[in-house]
Design a binder for this molecule. Structure first.
Ligand SMILES: *[C@@H]1O[C@H](CO)[C@@H](O)[C@H](O)[C@H]1NC(C)=O
Ligand SMILES: *[C@@H]1O[C@H](CO)[C@@H](O)[C@H](O)[C@H]1NC(C)=O
Ligand SMILES: *[C@@H]1O[C@H](CO)[C@@H](O)[C@H](O)[C@H]1NC(C)=O
Ligand SMILES: *[C@@H]1O[C@H](CO)[C@@H](O)[C@H](O)[C@H]1NC(C)=O
Ligand SMILES: *[C@@H]1O[C@H](CO)[C@@H](O)[C@H](O)[C@H]1NC(C)=O
Ligand SMILES: *[C@@H]1O[C@H](CO)[C@@H](O)[C@H](O)[C@H]1NC(C)=O
Ligand SMILES: *[C@@H]1O[C@H](CO)[C@@H](O)[C@H](O)[C@H]1NC(C)=O
Ligand SMILES: *[C@@H]1O[C@H](CO)[C@@H](O)[C@H](O)[C@H]1NC(C)=O
Ligand SMILES: *[C@@H]1O[C@H](CO)[C@@H](O)[C@H](O)[C@H]1NC(C)=O
Length: 459
């Protein structure tokens, strides 16, 4: 019996380990709303780029009477591309389809025409109308767990084509115009697709360079490698990312692993993102290793001002030591990375650190008032909402101090009574890349539903 339960628990823990090794730290879901916004933004960006797109040379032969004429278009470039409708959609299991209708384009080039009887050269203008296109961009996981994009399908249909050759002998062109246009049309389908393919390859390369580690600032990296294949359904694309944060200054392999997370899709937000408790704590560790949790209170909260006379209630001797009120600086430094616990509607932070209060007497000298060890546990039911349509969010919730222990050096320790702070009015947290954000804290992970403002991301 013992042996059985032993091996069963071995299998159980083994399975659990296998599962947890593949759980994402961050799960990102792009909705149809996000896709539409992203594609429109991308198209406007491409459109606003006035530089001309080059295409490969076009070569071919046409018959003219007994003669075979060879034509050659070089320095082919798209100088104009308009379209009325663009409709993006998810292609389940593959990626994203972008369809364009009613497009038109102007293509300029130099031409050469030669055969038995004659040869000629000049410049030409091709006008293309009634263009429709369907491009499918695949999204996959590479062997090194990077997110990859590739051209999965490409189809251009050009119904109207008109060629205008400047400086040529017109009767010759009139004779060969039609067969030439037909061949150019076929050629162009291929050329346009190879141009799209090259563009997507460039995206893939720049995407690849940013992986697996995305640099968030001078001292923190985020590992965004995929822990499973991208999941693409009709309604959304989902990426399961490792989502572990690392310090660039002081390597911090936290070895944390995430528990599974599942949450409902929220279609009226562009992005639904889940972040595990482990991912959040790895961020805390990385920022801690980078020195982010050592700060002056007045730098963190600009309205924070404290004088020796205000502190005389706690430390009466200060009124004698400083007859004139002096500015007090408070330095807080965490002794270890603050730890986060996530439970339904309850985000708890445990902070352990040292508080030092001092009076800066001169640039080089300071007088320490006290140094204290603190142990603080703060819980909040966080709620995010819109703040007057400004980028960022309205932070509301109940913040409660579960416990605080302050141990003054050479003095007695004290435990304060739990206290509740109600941020009913909401606090505006400016954060340019997001708008319309809401957050939910679940068991072991938190979910953020938000719209993004790409103009603020790529400035
Ligand atoms: C504009 O397009 C050209 C070629 O298509 C490309 O080389 C260039 O990087 C683009 N510029 C910007 C700002 O994207
Ligand atoms: C091309 O399309 C734009 C709008 O999409 C239109 O204004 C323009 O007249 C069209 N040009 C041709 C040659 O059809
Ligand atoms: C890719 O991820 C899988 C599972 O998430 C892991 O077993 C494998 O070692 C990773 N490969 C690389 C090259 O990191
Ligand atoms: C990503 O960053 C971590 C921590 O800095 C590092 O250990 C790892 O080697 C990096 N991976 C790559 C592929 O650069
Ligand atoms: C690196 O971080 C560890 C804690 O994770 C800390 O003990 C150590 O002092 C740090 N090293 C440096 C050079 O900051
Ligand atoms: C939130 O959770 C912490 C422990 O994780 C607990 O001490 C605290 O009482 C909880 N707060 C509420 C309001 O449930
Ligand atoms: C937060 O907690 C308070 C007190 O427990 C409760 O009255 C309030 O409804 C909660 N708010 C949210 C958004 O859960
Ligand atoms: C922020 O949220 C609170 C609570 O929902 C609300 O009372 C307040 O009006 C909001 N502030 C703004 C500027 O929308
Ligand atoms: C936020 O939501 C409102 C209403 O749904 C919408 O009009 C607005 O465009 C959204 N903001 C962004 C940046 O998408």
């Amino acid at each position: 019996m013992m042996q059985w339960s032993g091996s069963i628990s071995f299998v159980f823990w083994g399975l659990l380990w296998l599962c947890s090794a593949d759980n994402p730290g961050i799960k990102v879901r792009f909705t149809e709303k996000g896709l539409k916004y992203g594609v429109e933004y991308g198209m406007n960006y491409l459109r606003s780029n006035k530089s001309e797109t080059s295409l490969p040379d076009i070569k071919g032969n046409v018959a003219m009477g007994q003669d075979k004429m060879t034509y050659e278009f070089t320095e082919v470039r798209i100088v104009n591309f308009h379209f009325e409708n663009i409709s993006p959609a998810f292609v389940p299991g593959t990626g994203v389809q972008i369809a364009i209708q009613d497009g038109n384009a102007t293509i300029k080039s130099n031409f050469k025409l030669y055969g038995w009887l004659m040869s000629d050269s000049g410049s030409s203008v091709l006008t293309l109308t009634e263009i429709s296109a369907s491009v499918v961009i695949g999204v996959a996981r590479s062997a090194s767990n990077k997110t990859q994009v590739y051209l999965s399908k490409c189809q251009f249909d050009i119904n109207g084509i008109d060629i205008n050759m400047v400086g040529g002998v017109s009767y010759i062109y009139d004779a060969i115009k039609e067969p030439m246009q037909k061949m150019i049309r076929n050629n162009l389908n291929e050329q346009l697709c190879s141009s799209v393919k090259a563009l997507i390859q460039r995206w893939d390369e720049s995407l690849s360079q940013r992986q697996p580690n995305v640099s968030l600032n001078d001292y923190v990296d985020l590992d965004v490698s995929l822990v499973s294949e991208p999941k693409i359904s009709e309604k959304y694309a989902e990426l399961d990312l490792k989502g572990m944060f690392y310090s660039k200054l002081n390597g911090s392999e936290t070895g944390l692993s995430s528990s599974p997370m599942s949450f409902d899709a929220k279609a009226d937000s562009m992005i639904n993102a889940g972040m595990s408790e482990s991912s959040l704590n790895s961020a805390s560790q990385a920022y801690y290793n980078g020195g982010a949790f050592t700060f002056h209170l007045s730098n963190a909260i600009s309205s924070f001002k404290l004088t020796t006379s205000q502190m005389a209630d706690i430390l009466p001797e200060l009124s004698q030591r400083y007859p004139n009120p002096q500015k007090v600086r408070v330095l807080i430094s965490a002794s270890r990375a603050p730890h986060f616990y996530l439970k339904p509607d309850n985000l708890t932070v445990a902070f352990n650190g040292i508080i030092k209060a001092y009076v800066p007497v001169s640039k080089t000298r300071q007088e320490t008032l006290f140094t204290a060890n603190t142990d603080v546990s703060i819980s909040a039911n966080v709620s995010l909402s819109d703040y007057n349509h400004l980028p960022g969010f309205n932070f509301t919730g109940f913040i409660s101090l579960n416990s605080i222990q302050v141990q003054l050096e050479k003095s007695q320790s004290g435990t304060m009574i739990p206290k509740v702070e109600n941020l009913k009015q909401g606090v505006y947290v400016p954060f340019n890349p997001v708008s319309n954000a809401s957050a939910i804290v679940n068991q072991g992970f938190l979910v953020l539903n938000t719209d993004v403002i790409l103009a603020h991301v790529y400035q």
